[in-house]
Design a binder for this molecule. Structure first.
Ligand SMILES: Nc1nc2c(c(=O)[nH]1)N[C@H]1C(S)=C(S)[C@@H](COP(=O)(O)OP(=O)(O)OC[C@H]3O[C@@H](n4cnc5c(=O)[nH]c(N)nc54)[C@H](O)[C@@H]3O)O[C@H]1N2
Ligand SMILES: Nc1nc2c(c(=O)[nH]1)N[C@H]1C(S)=C(S)[C@@H](COP(=O)(O)OP(=O)(O)OC[C@H]3O[C@@H](n4cnc5c(=O)[nH]c(N)nc54)[C@H](O)[C@@H]3O)O[C@H]1N2
Ligand code: SF4
Ligand SMILES: [Mo]
Length: 689
């Protein structure tokens, strides 16, 4: 007689964006079979965007990595031989020990992963630092490093200040350089609900995006001029006495200096710089400041600039000026990108921070963590993502260990990245697929994917949630925490004898003060998760920050005036257009996962470049033409999409399909974020002209 199949629904956290949707993976006899909507509450109220709905497609894809691999061909060629786990772990540890002996531990770079759990990120940074290298970083560097640096300056901490539910209680929503309709569709539901309840929506974006189409006011800014616009809005607010005087006096310092600076930025002057009319700037400023309760949300259109940190400072100033922080229906929302980028930062997978945002440059903080880990000292801060790649090129970095990142496609200036990886003595890549980056590896380690392991993840609103295991990994693939523990033990490092993710989370409870009360037992039995900071097990978790004091030394927020500065590369005769890079709702980053979903690929099949009708006429291209987009770094072939929704003089490419061959690797000197959102380009018709 045939036995009855076992059908199970397992609650997991979506493996894509940082909104933190909960969903069920339906499995039949331990094999993932589909996605079901989660029915026990949660931030997404059971709903999902197209990527969430397709989240099992890649799990059983035939190209999943199933065995550890050793490279046999040239780098980049992609020829590998299967080896055993014991051989693989031994080889990784032996090579890393040799390199440390000859060149020192600081010649090795480690990249952690915002797609992995808190436990796995905690282990990766612990491994790097106990090995002796301060070169530990991850994709937050390419994403919200500007936010962390900017907000710490002004408010004392870098995280989203308030829960998503506060959006429903607000009167005005300022969305800046952010397109949630494509990038956080479930957050867009909150924005639209708030609009239904009477809130006004103001959008700042060079494109009339799907988000901007719902705006009451759309400021169609020239890319790279955000500070001038924010300063002019503050100019209007101060000149017309629309700011929150009581809040400024009680809770901030630096107002007089800020006032002096923004007085130069009249709406008329800002119109010349930003391309937004003075009248519209005036209207936006008045609408924002007079609402009484407001939120500001931003993402990559604001941060990915050589002035990214200052851009964030300008928005923090704007929020503070109106008293829109630390109250119901108010807040700053730097919308986190990857599903666990907030957690990876909290765990200290960043050059400048040890676990719990202890500054890694401070000797007493390093000593404090060293003591918790049973060693005498920890290394000083080292190199960031793009710096590691640069130094691989120069020969100072000899080896890299990359977990769950795909820099060949995601870092700026691809040719430069490939040259650098080719120069390494040793490269380990730990991923779920043989990525473009893995093709350059000496050893490839096959990892279990999200639903094949358990652990905690932290969403953009600081909500920590447990993701359960729904299925077995394919072949011999193993969870990242298991792989990292094995490598660390083989390296001879102490303190890596974990038997479960729960074990690791208990250590995190002891080391990361913000997570002290977020124990595995509590998390696994709270369908809604727990918000950090949560200082003890009895503590309910903190949904709103800064209600009483800011996290600065004296508890007051700092208003800091910042000047407009030009991007690193400006259009000229040879390269007359501004190129910006963007995202589409149905594809995710470097396509390793969404690119393997038939349903998503059919609907979002290929790249294109958005061109304004005036520019199309000027450069002789029509809708559907094949063109090369050319910059000083490379050329990229795609189809033209003529649309009046983009500003004249600007073109935009969704970068998922490899557009980083074009982008510039200029960095913000403060936080080292690359300027993905502005460089100079021209378009050429394929076949001449
Ligand atoms: N579908 C999908 N969703 C995702 C992702 C994905 O790859 N696919 N990635 C996730 C991640 S990691 C992140 S970080 C977020 C990013 O989310 P977003 O920041 O919303 O994504 P982008 O499309 O990169 O950029 C947002 C907007 O910035 C605008 N922009 C460009 N230059 C400028 C400028 O100079 N000033 C201003 N004000 N705006 C400008 C662009 O026109 C674009 O509409 O999305 C997350 N969600
Ligand atoms: N031009 C341009 N470039 C950009 C941006 C832009 O706006 N414009 N945005 C930047 C931003 S904001 C970001 S966040 C970065 C993202 O850059 P990356 O993080 O490099 O991009 P992903 O494709 O998300 O890479 C994640 C990798 O993790 C793997 N993976 C998934 N789950 C697991 C797991 O459980 N374990 C392991 N070991 N691996 C796993 C995936 O297969 C994939 O290879 O890109 C940046 N690049
Ligand atoms: S909005 Fe984000 S978290 Fe929710 S289903 Fe879509 S990708 Fe997943
Ligand atoms: Mo990101």
């Amino acid at each position: 007689m045939r036995s009855v199949s076992e059908v199970r629904l397992t609650p997991v956290i979506c493996p894509f964006c940082g909104f933190g949707c909960k969903l069920y993976v339906r499995s039949i006899d331990g094999v993932p079979a589909g996605i079901e909507f989660y029915d026990k509450g949660g931030v997404n109220e059971g709903k999902l965007c197209p990527k969430g709905v397709a989240a099992v497609d890649f799990l059983r894809h035939p190209e999943r990595l199933r065995k550890p691999l050793r490279r046999v061909g040239e780098r980049g060629e992609g020829r590998f031989k299967e080896i055993s786990w014991s051989e693989a772990i031994k080889e990784v540890a032996t090579r890393l020990k040799e390199i440390k002996k000859v060149f020192g531990a600081e010649s090795v770079g480690f990249l952690s992963s915002a797609r992995c759990t808190n436990e796995e990120n905690y282990l990766m940074q612990k491994l790097a630092r106990l090995y002796g290298s301060g070169n530990i970083d991850h994709c937050a560097r390419l994403c919200h490093s500007a936010t962390v640096a900017g907000l710490i300056k002004c408010l004392g901490a870098g995280a989203q200040s308030s829960p998503f539910t506060d959006i429903l209680k607000t009167r005005v929503i300022l969305v800046w350089g952010y397109n949630p309709a494509e990038t956080h569709p479930l957050l867009m539901r909150y924005v639209l609900k708030a609009k239904d309840l009477g809130a006004k929506l103001i959008v700042v974006d060079p494109r009339r995006t799907r988000t901007a189409r719902f705006a009451d006011i759309h400021l169609q800014i020239r890319p790279g001029t955000d500070i001038a616009l924010a300063n002019a809005m503050m100019n209007v607010i101060i000149s017309n006495d629309l700011y929150d005087r009581d809040f400024i006096v009680r809770r901030t310092e630096g107002f007089e200096e800020l006032k002096k600076l923004v007085m130069k930025y009249t709406p008329k002057y800002a119109e010349e710089v930003t391309g937004v009319t003075a009248a519209l700037i005036d209207e936006a400023a008045r609408t924002f400041a007079s609402a009484g309760r407001g939120v500001i949300m931003w993402a990559m259109g604001l941060t990915q600039h050589t002035v990214g940190t200052y851009n964030v400072v300008a928005l923090a100033d704007l929020a503070l000026l109106c008293g829109y922080v630390g109250r119901e229906g108010c807040g700053v929302y730097p919308m986190r990108g990857q599903n666990n980028v907030q957690g990876a930062c909290d765990m200290g997978a960043l050059v400048e921070f040890l676990p719990g945002y202890r500054p890694a440059a401070a000797e007493e903080k390093r000593k404090e963590v060293a003591k918790l880990w049973g060693v005498d000292e920890l290394p000083e801060p080292g190199l960031t993502v793009v710096e590691m790649v640069n130094e691989a090129g120069s020969g100072r970095i000899k080896a890299m260990y990359i977990m769950g990142e795909n820099p060949v496609v995601s870092d700026p200036n691809t040719s430069h990245v490939i040259k650098a990886l080719n120069n390494l003595e040793f490269l380990v890549v730990q991923d779920i697929f043989l990525t473009e980056t893995a093709a350059y590896a000496d050893i490839v380690l096959p990892a279990a994917a999200y639903a094949e392991k358990e652990g905690s993840l932290t969403s953009s609103e600081r909500r920590v949630q447990w993701s359960f295991k729904a299925a077995e990994p394919p072949g011999e693939a193993r969870p990242d925490w298991v792989i990292l523990s094995s490598v660390a033990r083989e390296l001879g490092l102490k303190g890596f004898n974990y038997s479960s993710p729960e074990d690791i989370l208990r250590e995190i409870n002891a080391v990361v003060p913000q997570y002290r009360g977020i124990t595995p037992e509590r998390l696994k039995s709270s369908p809604e998760g727990v918000f950090w900071p949560c200082p003890s097990e009895g503590h309910p978790g903190t949904m709103r920050l800064y209600e009483e004091r800011f996290l600065t030394c004296n508890g007051k927020a700092k208003l800091v005036g910042v000047e407009h500065r030009e991007p690193a590369e400006k259009p000229d005769r040879e390269y007359p257009l501004i190129l910006t890079t963007v995202r589409v709702v149905g594809q995710y980053h470097t396509l390793t996962m969404t690119g393997r979903s038939l349903s998503l690929v059919r609907r979002w099949p290929e790249p294109y470049v958005e061109v304004n009708p005036e520019d199309a006429r000027r450069y002789g291209v029509s809708d559907g033409d094949e063109v090369y987009v050319v910059t000083r770094r490379g050329r990229y072939k795609c189809k033209v999409k003529v649309t009046s929704s983009i500003r004249e003089g600007v073109v935009a490419i969704p970068w998922h399909w490899g557009a980083n061959i074009l982008t510039i690797d200029a960095l913000d000197p403060t936080c080292k974020i690359p300027e993905y959102k502005v460089c100079a380009c021209r378009i050429e018709r394929v076949g001449g002209g």
